[in-house]
Write a protein that binds this ligand. Structure first.
Ligand SMILES: C[S@@+](CC[C@H](N)C(=O)[O-])C[C@H]1O[C@@H](n2cnc3c(N)ncnc32)[C@H](O)[C@@H]1O
Length: 286
């Protein structure tokens, strides 16, 4: 292996380690980052998630998350000394590598100059996450990380207080979800609801009206819910291909349809979420 462009290791501040061999075992949190199937398993298993870009890392830190390590290319070490200092204060190593070495290590070019491996925080209970919430979104088995991230972004912007994800729903802390969410996965309280759809009963016990968003013929129009929304409302969104399971639709208090035209079968789930969140937003919040 070479450190292309760097004949000698650059001078680095305390706490930084110059990386020359991208196969070193201590760097394994960064191996094969483009292998989605692998990362989906290893990240929760090892209790970590990856944050890419300075902004996302700062948002994670602001949410109280703790770094396991940082990986930077040399020019950014001088640019963001406070990130290096925070990592060092948290006892997290800062690995510095030439761009080509970082690329061999992760599988992609580090355009944003920095990547962090972050300790995955313990998930709170459903009761804790929805305490005080008036609007909750439930994501049933959504598989696409882009959709998960986009729904969190809309939730943060449109007055949804908490998000619940079912056991088979894609990981909100996966790199792509975090990026698409613009860091709102650190802002909107969320947890896994397991078992599901048994959790519908728990939400009802907690005073929520559970609304299944589905294309059923006997569904009420979103306009009806908009006119007189209940005080506490949980909106359940279904998976991209098949939509909500029949068990969930049967368990729900109401089935709601967003009227569509143009011979379109259904909306993308993230688009549907934004329309619904807007329609039922608590009015006094604007
Ligand atoms: C792409 S759709 C799934 C389509 C699936 N063929 C079906 O029949 O439900 C994914 C999810 O988005 C939501 N959705 C999409 N369009 C909707 C609409 N017009 N009304 C209500 N929900 C909608 C539902 O929650 C749905 O499960």
């Amino acid at each position: 292996m070479t450190t292309q462009g760097y004949d000698d290791p650059p001078a680095l501040p305390a706490g930084c380690t110059w990386v020359q061999d991208p196969r070193e075992e201590r760097l394994r949190d960064y191996f094969s980052l483009t292998d989605v199937a692998l990362r989906r398993v290893v990240e929760p298993e090892r209790g970590l998630y990856m944050a890419e870009s300075e902004k996302v890392i700062r948002r994670a830190l602001a949410a109280g998350h703790r770094l396991r390590s940082l990986l930077m290319t040399p020019r950014w070490v001088d640019e963001w000394p406070d990130l290096v200092a925070t990592a060092t204060a948290q006892g997290a190593p800062v690995y510095v590598a030439a761009p080509q070495v970082a690329e061999q290590l992760t599988g992609f070019h580090l355009h944003r100059g920095v990547l962090a491996a972050v300790h995955r925080p313990q998930l709170p209970s459903v009761d804790d996450v929805v305490a005080g919430a008036r609007r909750v979104a439930v994501l049933e088995d959504i598989v696409d990380h882009t959709n998960v991230g986009a729904i969190f972004r809309s939730a943060a912007a449109l007055g949804v207080d908490a998000v619940l994800v079912t056991p088979r729903c894609a990981d909100p802390l996966y790199r792509r979800s975090v990026r698409v969410s613009m860091g709102t996965v650190f802002q909107v309280p969320w947890t896994r609801v397991d078992p599901w759809p048994d959790g519908v009963g728990r939400l009802r016990d907690l005073g929520f009206t559970v609304a299944a968003l589905a294309l059923a013929d006997d569904a009420v129009s979103l306009a009806d819910l908009e006119t007189s929304p209940p005080e506490r409302l949980a909106l359940v969104l279904g998976t991209e291909g098949d939509g909500l399971s029949s068990r969930t639709v049967e368990a729900a208090d109401v089935v709601v349809r967003i009227p569509m035209g143009g011979d379109v079968d259904s909306l993308n789930v993230a688009a549907a979420s934004a329309v619904a969140f807007w329609a039922v937003r608590p009015r006094e919040r604007g």
